[in-house]
Design a protein around this ligand. Structure first.
Ligand code: ZN
Length: 481
C-alpha cells in the first residue's frame, strides 16, 4: 500500500434521559418490567391520543447543550420522522429536524497527541422506539412497548475525529458531562447510551470527503474501537482494489470483528419529515436558560480543583476520583462522615478499583453505601482491625454493603490487643520452632518473618503484626540458646 489514508469519523450518540416518566405521557421509564406494562394509549400509538411534552426533557437537553457549549434555538419545535417498523407503533417518530434545541457547540478532548475540540453539530430531543423480541416463539416476533416514548437526546458531532482513540476520548468526555449533570446514567450495556459511527476514508491531503458508512450495534467502548479499526481497513481495501464504498448502514458483529450491510443509508428526505401538528412550538426564554445555567452542578474540572484544595489530596487521587461521578459521590459522602479524605480515597482507588476490574464491572455499578465505607475506615484507622482483616471485611462491603461494625463483631475479627494472650502464643511458637530461633540468632533476619507469620496464623489473623514483631523480638532477646 503506497497511498496514505485519513479516517474521518463523526458520531451520533443517543442518550436515554433520566426522567421518571416518558417524553409525551406519564408512563414510567424504569428499565425492564413485564412486557407492555409501562404503556398507555399515547406511547402505544393509539389513534386520537395526544402527546404532552415533559418539561424535564427540555431542561436536561438544555443542560447538556449548555455544558457542551452549544447555542440554543429559543424557538424550537418537534417534527415527525415517518417510517414503518413494528417497534414504532405510530408509524412515525417524534423528533426534531428543522430546529433542534441545541446547535453549534463543541467539547475539548485530550489524547496522546494533545488537546482538540470536537464540534457538536446539534442536539435534538426525540422519543425512543419499543423493542422487538425475536426467537422467543418459533414462528413469530414479539413486541414490547415499555421503551416506546422513553425520552432521548441525540448528540450529533461534526466529522472531526480521526482515530479510534479520539472517538473513545470524545465518548468518555461526553458520558462524564452527562453523568455529572444527572441527565442519564449512560450505561452502554443497558443501552441508555448508544453510539452510531459514521466513517469514511480519504487519501491524506485531499479535502473532499469519501463515501461514508454508518455502523450500529455497538455496545461497549472496546467494540466501538474495534469497529472503527475494522471498518477503516475494509474501506481502504475496497479503494485499493479500485472498488467503491457504498453509502449504507452496517451492523458490527463484535465476535467476528466484521460489519455486515443492513440497509442502504436513508437521507432526511426519505423520511418525509414535517412539523408535528399535535405539539406546540417550545419557547425558551432567556430567564429559563439563566435558571438552568445557575442550577448547573459542578463539573469535573471544578471538582478537581476543589478536591485538591478542600481535601488536600494528590492530583493523582483527584484525577481518578473525579473520573466517575459515582466514585466522586462516594468519596464526598464517606469523607463527610469520617473526615479522613486520604484514607477514603485509598479504599476507592486501590481495593474498589481492583474488585471492579476483577469482576468486570464499571464504577457506576457500585452499590455499597458511603456510611459503611466510612465505618470501615474508622475501624482500620483505630486499629480495631488490622489491614488484612480490613481487606477481607471490605470485600463484604463491596459485594453486599455489609455493615463493618456488625460484621467484625459477628465474626470475631477484632485485633487481639491483650499482651498476655499474645505473649503466651508467641512463647509457644518460639518453643515449637527452635530452628528458626537459631537462624535468627545467627543473623538471618528473615527468620523472624516466619515466626511472625506463624503467630498471625495461630491468632487467626487477628493480631497487629507490628505488636507481634515487637513482642517476638523481646522474647527472642530474653531467650538464651
Ligand atoms: Zn404512555
Amino acid at each position: 500500500m503506497n497511498k496514505q489514508y485519513e479516517t474521518v469519523i463523526g458520531l451520533e450518540v443517543h442518550v436515554e434521559l433520566a426522567t421518571k416518566t416518558k417524553i409525551f405521557c406519564s408512563c414510567q421509564t424504569t428499565f425492564g418490567g413485564a412486557p407492555n406494562t409501562h404503556t398507555c394509549p399515547v406511547c402505544a400509538g393509539m389513534p386520537g391520543s395526544l402527546p404532552v411534552l415533559n418539561k424535564q426533557v427540555v431542561e436536561y437537553a438544555l443542560a447538556v447543550g449548555l455544558a457542551a457549549n452549544c447555542k440554543i434555538h429559543q424557538h424550537c419545535k418537534f417534527d415527525r420522522k415517518n417510517y414503518f417498523y413494528p417497534d414504532n407503533p405510530q408509524n412515525y417518530q417524534i423528533s426534531q429536524l428543522y430546529l433542534p434545541i441545541c446547535y453549534d457547540g463543541g467539547i475539548e478532548i485530550e489524547t496522546e497527541n494533545g488537546k482538540k475540540t470536537i464540534g457538536i453539530h446539534e442536539i435534538h430531543m426525540e422519543e425512543d422506539a419499543g423493542k422487538l423480541i425475536h426467537d422467543e416463539w418459533e414462528d413469530c416476533s414479539l413486541v414490547d412497548y415499555n421503551r416506546s416514548g422513553v425520552p432521548l437526546i441525540e448528540i450529533v458531532s461534526e466529522p472531526d475525529m480521526r482515530s479510534a482513540e479520539e472517538v473513545i476520548a470524545y465518548l468518555e468526555k461526553l458520558r462524564l458531562i452527562i453523568q455529572y449533570l444527572g441527565a442519564s446514567d449512560c450505561k452502554l450495556q443497558e443501552g441508555s447510551m448508544r453510539a452510531d459511527v459514521n466513517l469514511s476514508v480519504r487519501e491524506a491531503g485531499t479535502a473532499k470527503l469519501g463515501t461514508r458508512t454508518e455502523m450500529k450495534n455497538l455496545n461497549s467502548f472496546k467494540a466501538i474501537a474495534r469497529a472503527v479499526e475494522g471498518e477503516r481497513a475494509r474501506q481502504i481495501e475496497l479503494l485499493e482494489e479500485g472498488k467503491k464504498v457504498i453509502q449504507e448502514t452496517r451492523r458490527w458483529d463484535d465476535n467476528k470483528e466484521y460489519s455486515y450491510p443492513m440497509r442502504s443509508k436513508e437521507d432526511a428526505q426519505d423520511y418525509r419529515y414535517f412539523p408535528d401538528p399535535d405539539l406546540m412550538p417550545i419557547v425558551i426564554s432567556d430567564e429559563w436558560i439563566q435558571k438552568i445555567k445557575e442550577a448547573q452542578p459542578e463539573l469535573r474540572t471544578e471538582k478537581l480543583l476543589r478536591y485538591k484544595k478542600e481535601f488536600d489530596i494528590p492530583d493523582y487521587d483527584a484525577g481518578i476520583l473525579t473520573s466517575s461521578k459515582k466514585l466522586a459521590d462516594l468519596f464526598e459522602a464517606a469523607t463527610a462522615i469520617c473526615n479522613k479524605p486520604k484514607k477514603v480515597s485509598n479504599w476507592l482507588m486501590v481495593e474498589t478499583l481492583r474488585l471492579l476490574k476483577e469482576k468486570n464491572r464499571e464504577p457506576e455499578d457500585l452499590t455499597f453505601s458511603p456510611e459503611n465505607l466510612a465505618k470501615l475506615v474508622e475501624l482500620a484507622d483505630a486499629g480495631t482491625i488490622n489491614s488484612s482483616v480490613a481487606k477481607e471485611v471490605f470485600e463484604h462491603v463491596f459485594e453486599e454493603d455489609a455493615d463493618p461494625v456488625q460484621y467484625v463483631e459477628a465474626h470475631g475479627l477484632k485485633t487481639v490487643n491483650d499482651e498476655g494472650a499474645l505473649r503466651s502464643a508467641i512463647t509457644d511458637i518460639v518453643a515449637a520452632n527452635p530452628q528458626s530461633v537459631t537462624d535468627y540468632k545467627n543473623g538471618k533476619e528473615k527468620a523472624i518473618g516466619f515466626l511472625v507469620g506463624q503467630t498471625m496464623k495461630a491468632m487467626k489473623g487477628k493480631a497487629d503484626p507490628g505488636t507481634v514483631n515487637k513482642i517476638l523480638k523481646e522474647i527472642l532477646s530474653e531467650n538464651p540458646l
